[in-house]
Design a protein around this ligand. Sequence first.
Ligand SMILES: [Mg+2]
Length: 212
Amino acid sequence: MSFDVICFDCDSTLSKIEGIDELAKRVGLGDELSKLTDAAMNGDVALEDVYAKRLNLIKPNRADIEWLSYLYISELVDGVEVVFSQLEQHNKTVHIISGGLLPAILPLAKLLNVPQSHVHAVDIYFDDNGAYLGYDIDSPLTKNGGKAVIIKSLESNNVVMVGDGQTDLEAQKVGAKIIGFGGVISRDAVREKADFFVEENDIRKILTFDLI
Ligand SMILES: [Mg+2]
C-alpha cells in the first residue's frame, strides 16, 4: 500500500519527549501534569479537559519554548532523519500534526526540511518581554478529534498518520490509515486499533509498510 500524504505526530513519535511534560518538570510541576498527559493519550480523559489546565499552570515563557525546541531535536527518535529524507526523495507530501506548541516544534521541522505551512500545532503568545500571554484556544488540536479535522483539510483520500496516541487514532474517522508507533511509549489501545503497529524504537521500521 502506497500513500500520497504521510503525517506524523511529534511528541513520543518524532521526538522521545512529551513537550508539555518537559515544560512542567522545568517549573516543578512534573508529576501531576504528566499523569494528565498520559491519561489523555490513553483516551481516559478528553484532551480539551487537560489542555488549558496544563498550560495555565505552567505559563511557559519565550525562553522556556526556545529551550524546549532544542530538547525536541536532541531527543530525536532513531531513524527520523533517514525516514524524512527518503520520503522527500520520493516526492511524498509530509505534514507534522501535533497537539504540542508550534514555536517549539518549528526548528525540528526545519531540520527535517518540512515547510512551516506543513506544520500543524498550537500557537502560543507572549508579551514584549517574552512572558506567557496564552495559547490559541480555537485550535482544533487542543481538542479530541482535532487531528482528523486537520487531515480532512488536506483534501487527500490517501493519507497515513504515524503516532503513538489516542488523538492520532482519531484520524481513522476521516479515512486515514494509522501506523501506531510504540517505540517510545507502547499503548494497548493504539496497538489494538491501529492498521499497522511498530514496537521497535527505530522509526525506520515504518518504511517496511511500503509507504513509498
Ligand atoms: Mg504523541
